[in-house]
Write a protein that binds this ligand. Structure first.
Ligand code: FAD
Length: 392
């Protein structure tokens, strides 16, 4: 039985960042990384963006093996014994550890009643499958108007596909954007040639040979060659739950990333629910900056750094030529304060409670994440001039 000073379960960006955090403090402690995927850690954001433009697939690898990490691919961990400090993999092999990290991320939400040919887009293998299929006139139905749906719809139409996007909200990105902006984005997508079916839920997805049919509850029928779904993710907490660790929409960790106050078990990234001092309470964040920064910080803590995680993660997305960066809580049910240099094209949206900012959407406004983060941390009301300062 192999024994690792550090054993990391998961092969995503968080796992890679954790290895870097460990190496910042421990140059040669043994690290074993076990991933269910057939690939070593890679960057996910390019799968719905840059790889559909000019970027080469080879640009996504994180270089984890070069950190002196034993990377085991196609090796899911299926059970933990916290008392014995062991992890068992799907082949029945058992591995011992001194310190453990759960970086198991999330799995796409699925609808069992739909045909199983639907691509629930998340991995490199999904990208390869769709990239191979995409081309002039190929008809694709995209289900979901959130991050994945909106980005994949743009990528596919840019690559010649005939794309329909279906979602129940009033607009693309409506769970984040104020209503008027989400409706503007619908119009913008239509101008780019996307068939936008807003306010429609999918009632059924069926297949006849190579042809799919998507039926909405409003009675629309879409005949297509492929169906891609982006319905959000479910955190992969099953190992933690089975081991009796605290789970509540994510593995619960403290500010050091420790699970249940244990000194030897940590969790980070998409799977972890962590305390956010700047906003109060806890959050589970499903974004790249968080995967990198939380993974690295918690990895460092596995190696004894003892540094509380206080970073407020930012995130970003590209929608054709529209793009944004954002930080904090983007909840359109909060008070909305807006300042636009050009309506719906360039502006700042502040999400506030009693005038105090909880989050910012920086719409085609770049290099202002730190300033916006400062305003959230300050906890003081902002006014028009405060918002305008972010536009300058
Ligand atoms: C297509 C796409 C585009 C994105 N674009 C953006 C963006 O523009 N901006 C942004 O901020 N964020 C973006 N994100 C989100 C960001 O990529 C994620 O937040 C980040 O990748 C999460 O990393 P993670 O390592 O925590 O989880 P994951 O990426 O989910 O990795 C978890 C890994 O653990 C493995 N695993 C799970 N259970 C086990 C087990 N029991 N044994 C072994 N291995 C296991 C999984 O197979 C997987 O490899 C995007 C995500 C996707 C999918």
């Amino acid at each position: 039985m192999a024994e690792y000073r550090y054993l990391i379960i998961g092969g995503g960006m968080t796992a890679d960042a954790a290895c870097r955090g460990i190496r910042d403090h421990d140059a040669d402690g043994s690290i074993g990384l076990f991933s269910e995927e057939a690939h070593e850690p890679y960057a996910r954001p390019p799968l719905s963006k840059a790889l559909w433009k000019s970027k080469e697939e080879s640009s996504i690898w994180r270089g984890t093996p070069g950190l002196g990490v034993e990377v085991h691919t196609s090796r899911a961990i299926t059970a933990l014994d916290l008392d014995a400090r062991t992890a068992t993999d799907a082949a029945g092999e058992t591995h011992a550890w001194q310190t453990l990290m759960l970086a198991t991320g999330g799995t796409p939400r699925r609808v069992d009643a739909w045909d199983d040919g639907v691509v629930y887009f998340r991995t490199l293998d999904h990208f390869r499958r769709l990239r191979e299929l995409a081309g002039d006139g190929v008809r694709v139905a995209v289900i979901g108007g959130g991050f994945i749906g909106s980005e994949i719809a743009a990528a596919l139409v840019t690559n010649g596909c005939a794309v329909s996007i279906v979602f129940p909200e009033e607009g693309i990105g409506a769970r984040l954007f104020p209503g008027a902006l989400a409706r503007f984005v619908n119009g913008y997508y239509r101008e780019q040639g996307v068939d936008v079916l807003a306010g429609e839920s999918v009632a059924a997805v069926s297949r006849d040979g190579e042809a799919f049919r998507v039926v909405t509850d409003g009675g629309r029928e879409i005949e297509c060659d492929a169906v891609v779904a982006g319905l959000g993710i479910v955190p992969r907490t099953e190992l933690a739950e089975a081991a009796g660790l605290a789970v509540a929409d994510g593995v619960l960790v403290d500010e050091l990333g420790r699970v249940d106050g244990r000194e030897d078990v940590f969790a980070a990234g998409d799977v972890a629910r962590f305390p956010v001092a700047a906003l109060g309470g806890t959050r589970r964040v499903e974004h790249e900056d968080h995967a990198n920064s939380h993974g690295r910080a918690v990895g460092a803590n596995m190696a004894g750094a003892g540094e509380p995680y206080s970073h407020l993660p930012f995130f970003y997305s590209d929608l054709f030529d529209l793009g944004y960066e954002a930080v904090g809580d983007l909840d359109p049910s909060l008070e909305i304060l807006e300042e636009w240099a050009e309506p719906n094209r360039k502006g700042v949206v502040c999400y506030a409670e009693a005038g105090v900012p909880r989050g910012f959407l920086l719409w085609d406004v770049w290099g202002k994440v730190d300033a916006a983060t400062g305003l959230v941390r300050a906890g003081e009301p902002v006014d028009e001039s405060g918002l305008r300062a972010l536009l300058d």
